[in-house]
Ligand binder design. Structure first.
Ligand code: SF4
Length: 255
């Protein structure tokens, strides 16, 4: 549709998802460089927020998308959306123009910032990524900038949970590297009390293999004490994912 707005694309948790990319540029802009990312290597690895897309440009694009049928406006795109310093204003603008519920897919890295937590609170749904139970696996899977620590990220999600009145989903991407850490991840998830736990594995083309349905079922079993746990295989058959790869290949994979 444009470089800022794309889709709607099918999302396994958000239905028809009209995407907003506040990071537009050449390649991915992210604070992580996850081993399973389908967007390729991180081109701009940032830990500080900046304005990449002026609000006036977003307003024009949103006007053009008024009649697009969608269930959610999802802020995701080519990297980590909380790196955009105008995320809060953009969320309010999207709701005002399109009248649709809003969602943000975040890697949780900037949640320690008060301004980021305040802006995320404008969204109806926040999907927060957490893939590792310890610093070592965090470094290995998410390849975060050295300034980030898993301990701080977990604490900041907990802090966000206490004030946020929307739906908080915790999304865990399981690959071979963290397959055996499911029990520890379930313990952390239980402590954070999200409204939903999403157990995912990368079904779209990426450098690592997705876990099988049996492997994900075994991981799901470790989460049996938690309410509202869903797995990607509950919602999506691998052959269905293959159909929308072409449409979504330049965009974030894990919705
Ligand atoms: S999967 Fe998400 S958080 Fe990880 S590198 Fe890709 S865009 Fe960044």
């Amino acid at each position: 549709m444009s470089s800022i707005i794309y889709g709607p694309v099918p999302s396994w948790r958000l239905g028809r998802s009209l995407g907003v990319d506040l990071l537009t540029g050449d390649g991915k802009t992210c604070s992580f460089d996850c081993i399973y990312c389908q967007l390729g290597r991180t081109a701009r690895r940032l830990a500080v927020r900046a304005e990449f897309v002026p609000l006036s440009a977003l307003a024009r694009e949103l006007e053009g998308a008024r009649n697009v049928p969608a269930d959610y406006v999802t802020f995701s795109g080519m990297g980590e959306p909380t790196l955009a310093s105008n995320l809060g204003d953009a969320l309010r603008l999207a709701r005002e123009v399109l009248g649709l519920p809003t969602a943000v897919l975040t890697n949780s890295s900037l949640m320690a910032r008060e301004d980021v937590r305040r802006e995320l609170a404008y969204a109806d749904v926040v999907v927060a990524k957490l893939d590792a139970p310890d610093e070592q696996l965090f470094r290995r899977i998410n390849q975060a900038l050295p300034s980030f620590s898993l301990t701080e990220i977990v604490e900041s999600i907990e802090l966000f949970r206490t004030a946020y009145t929307g739906k908080l989903a915790l999304q865990i991407m399981f690959v071979e590297a963290n397959r055996d850490a499911a029990r520890s991840m379930a313990a952390i998830a239980g402590k954070l009390s999200p409204d939903e736990v999403q157990i995912n594995t990368p079904l779209r083309p990426c450098p690592v293999r997705p876990l099988t349905t049996d492997e994900i079922a075994a991981i799901r079993e470790e989460f049996r004490m938690l309410p509202n746990v869903v797995t990607v295989y509950d919602a999506v058959r691998p052959e269905v994912v293959a159909i929308d790869v072409l449409e979504t290949r330049r965009r974030r994979p894990e919705t």
